[in-house]
Ligand binder design. Sequence first.
Ligand SMILES: [Fe+2]
Length: 271
Amino acid sequence: MKKKRAEIRDYFLKTYSLYEKLFELLKDEQSYYLTADPLRHPLVFYFGHTASFFINKLVLAKLIDKRINPVYESIFAIGVDEMSWDDLNQSHYKWPRIEEVRLYREAVKAKVLELIDTMPLSMPISWESPFWAIMMGIEHERIHLETSSVLIRQLPLEHVVPNDFWKVCPFDTPVVENSLLHVKGTTLRLEKKRDDALYGWDNEYGLHVKEVKDFKASKYLVSNAEFLGFIEEAVMKMSVFGMKRVGSGKRTKMPRCLCFGVKMRKGMRFA
Ligand SMILES: [Fe+2]
């Protein structure tokens, strides 16, 4: 069990510091307060959010009874989901200074490490196990590693700085010819049981049986090069037919430029 505890400790520390490394891509403190996507909070929210998530879940699971910072654990708790009830009015929030959020992250880290070292641990870690909340916090931060990197990618480039840790992919291989393969229809049965050996989010559990008709699927994973062709075609259609509303619900947005596109004097290029 000592080995397993050390493994979880290592997984937590790697995830926590990897997430912080991502924010080193921001040029300065001001960049944290920019709203990279009009349907999301500024980046400072995501910097605090993954830490406050640990505390909120640990309180909910009654594993701790004292909050670290009740104000942060409230303002960093609720993200936005493009729903009409989401509060995106930035004048309703008073975001703290980055140095303070950094100190808060340190305090959360110390608390989580203390729990990893002292809480009772038995395998397998089930929904009822105290360690479930810890694993949930780690996997949650890993999700935000992806979503926050997309948000940083959406910032104006002058707010992003190169970083040796996050190197540009060094491989550029020729595009493989892809094709569509015929797949025969069948009855699909998707099931994840509560005692499944792998961690999952609540909506992944249960049984779903579905009749699927014949369909076609690409032989290889769709590459970035193939996807670029699709985007270029979409841009062409947008300029020919005018722009359409995107998004759902009340708060739709009218794009002036595709995400990740840089508006040029003549059309658009992809950065
Ligand atoms: Fe989240």
